[in-house]
Design a protein around this ligand. Structure first.
Ligand SMILES: Cc1cc2nc3c(=O)[nH]c(=O)nc-3n(C[C@H](O)[C@H](O)[C@H](O)COP(=O)(O)OP(=O)(O)OC[C@H]3O[C@@H](n4cnc5c(N)ncnc54)[C@H](O)[C@@H]3O)c2cc1C
Length: 396
C-alpha cells in the first residue's frame, strides 16, 4: 500500500476549511483539522464580509465546487461608492471596470457554514490545539477535547490556520508586537426591509469618522463604523454610547443622507448589539519551521480597510492546496511546501498589506476625506486596485 501523508491543521476557519476541502476526497492524505468551537457554533456571527473579486477568481480556478457553493450563499459585490454623511458624492468604483468578476457580499455565519460543509467530515470540532511545534524534522500537535488531552506527532506538514491570535505562530516563532494605528471599529448586523436605502458596498465620511454598509442575503444590512482614537489607547466606554456615536457622524450642518439616517437609527436601536474592536496588524510570517506553514490571519493579520483579510486567506488556501497537490503528484516530501508557498505568496501579501495600510489614510485623526478620496480617483490608486482585484494566484 502506498504511503498516506498526514497534515495537521490548527483551526477550521477560512483557511482550515478550504485546505480540508481540498483533500476531502483523497485517500493518500489524511487532514487532521482541529477546530476549537463546537459544530454549528458561529463565532463573529454579527459580521458581514465583502469578499474581494480576487478571492472569487482564485476559488473558481482552484476549488470550483467551493466557489459555486459559496457564491450561491451571497450577493454579488459590483459597486463601491464613497460619499460624505450629508450625501455629497465623492467617488464611485465600478468593479466591472476594475476586476475580472464581481466580489461577494455574505454573512459571516453563512461563509463559515458553507466552507465547513465543503470540508465534509474532516474537521474535528470541539478540539483545541493546546501546543504545537517541530522536533527532529517532524511537527506535532497536542489537542484537548471532551475525552482529554492527546498528541499527534510525526506529521508530514503542520498548518497554522488558527487566526489572528495564533497559538501555533507564538509556539513556533519569536514574539513580535501587534500594532494599533489608533482606530476604533464597531459593527452590527441589522434587519433591512426591502425598501431600506442600503444596497451595494458604500462608505460615508464625516471628517475621518466613517460608516460602511452593504446588504447581505436574509434581509440584513451589515454596518461597520470607525473613528480615530487619541493615541494607542483602548476605546473609552463614553464613546460607546448612542449619542456619542451619533455625534461622530452628523455633520455640522445637521443634514444627513437617508442611508446614514437609516444606519444611525439602527445603531441607536435598543436591541442593537454592537461589537467593538481596535484596528490592528502584525508582521507577516509565512514559514514557521521546515515543515510548518502559517496562513491567513495567523500569518498576516492586516488592516481591514480594503476587505482583504478573508480574501487573502482564501488566496493563501488556494496556493497551499496547489503546492501540496503538486508535491504529492511529484512524489516528494511535504517539507518542500513551506518555502514554495512563501515564494509564491510573500510579494503578493506585502503588496496587499501595504496597500491596505495606505488606503487607511482617510480614517486617521485629522484626515480630510474629500482630498483623500480625490487621490483614490487618480491613476496610481486605480492601477493598484486593478492589481489587487485581477492578480489572483493561478494554478502552476
Ligand atoms: C469585524 C470584521 C470584519 C471583517 N470583514 C472582512 C471583510 O469584509 N472582508 C474580508 O476579506 N475579511 C474581513 N475580515 C477578516 C476575516 O474575517 C479574517 O481575515 C479571516 O477570517 C481569516 O481567516 P483565517 O482562516 O486565517 O482565520 P479565522 O477565519 O479566524 O479562523 C481561525 C479558526 O481557528 C480557530 N482556532 C483558534 N485557535 C484555535 C486553537 N488553539 N485550536 C483550535 N482552533 C482554534 C478559531 O475558532 C477559528 O475558527 C473581517 C474581520 C473582522 C473581525
Amino acid at each position: 500500500m502506498s504511503r498516506r501523508f498526514r497534515i495537521g491543521v490548527a483551526g477550521g476557519g477560512v483557511v482550515g476549511s478550504l485546505v480540508a476541502a481540498g483533500f476531502a476526497d483523497r485517500d493518500d492524505v489524511e487532514v487532521i483539522c482541529c477546530e476549537r468551537s463546537p459544530q454549528g457554533a458561529q463565532l463573529d456571527a454579527g459580521t458581514g464580509l465583502n469578499i474581494g473579486p480576487n478571492a472569487v477568481k482564485a476559488l473558481r480556478l482552484f476549488l470550483p465546487d467551493v466557489a459555486s457553493h459559496l457564491s450561491s450563499g451571497g450577493l454579488p459585490w459590483s459597486d463601491w461608492t464613497i460619499a460624505l454623511t450629508d450625501g455629497t458624492p465623492l467617488a464611485q468604483f465600478d468593479l466591472g471596470q476594475l476586476a475580472d468578476n464581481p466580489g461577494l457580499r455574505i454573512g459571516w455565519a453563512e461563509l463559515n457554514a458553507r466552507l465547513r460543509a465543503s470540508a465534509g467530515s474532516t474537521i474535528r470540532y470541539g478540539t483545541e490545539v493546546v501546543a504545537a511545534g517541530q522536533t527532529e524534522d517532524r511537527p506535532f500537535m497536542q489537542m484537548r477535547d471532551d475525552s482529554g488531552t492527546y498528541e499527534i506527532d510525526a506529521l508530514d506538514l503542520l498548518i497554522a490556520a488558527d487566526g489572528r491570535y495564533s497559538l501555533v505562530r507564538d509556539s513556533l516563532l519569536a514574539p513580535d508586537p501587534i500594532q494599533h494605528p489608533g482606530i476604533a471599529l464597531f459593527r452590527l448586523l441589522c434587519p433591512a426591509p426591502a425598501d431600506s436605502p442600503i444596497d451595494d458596498y458604500a462608505q460615508w465620511f464625516n471628517g475621518p469618522n466613517r460608516l460602511l454598509a452593504f446588504r447581505i442575503p436574509g434581509n440584513l444590512v451589515y454596518c461597520a463604523g470607525s473613528f480615530p482614537l487619541q493615541g494607542d489607547t483602548s476605546i473609552p466606554e463614553s464613546m460607546k454610547l448612542t449619542d456619542a456615536i451619533r455625534a461622530l457622524f452628523v455633520p455640522a450642518s445637521g443634514a444627513t443622507a437617508e442611508s446614514v439616517r437609516f444606519l444611525l437609527d439602527a445603531i441607536g436601536d435598543d436591541e442593537a448589539q454592537l461589537h467593538w474592536a481596535r484596528l490592528q496588524e502584525r508582521e507577516t510570517r509565512l514559514v514557521g519551521a521546515s515543515r510548518a506553514v502559517l496562513a491567513g490571519d495567523a500569518a498576516h493579520p492586516m488592516l481591514p480597510t480594503l476587505g482583504q483579510g478573508a480574501t487573502q486567506s482564501i488566496e493563501d488556501a488556494c496556493v497551499l492546496v496547489d503546492e501540496i497537490r503538486h508535491a504529492l503528484a511529484d512524489g516528494v516530501e511535504l517539507n518542500v511546501v513551506p518555502e514554495r508557498f512563501a515564494a509564491r505568496r510573500q510579494k503578493r501579501i506585502d503588496f496587499v498589506t501595504g496597500f491596505s495600510r495606505d488606503a487607511t489614510d482617510t480614517m486617521l485623526a485629522g484626515a480630510d476625506p474629500v482630498a483623500g478620496t480625490a487621490r483614490k480617483l487618480e491613476p496610481a490608486f486605480l492601477e493598484k486596485l486593478q492589481q489587487l482585484y485581477r492578480d489572483a494566484p493561478r494554478p502552476r
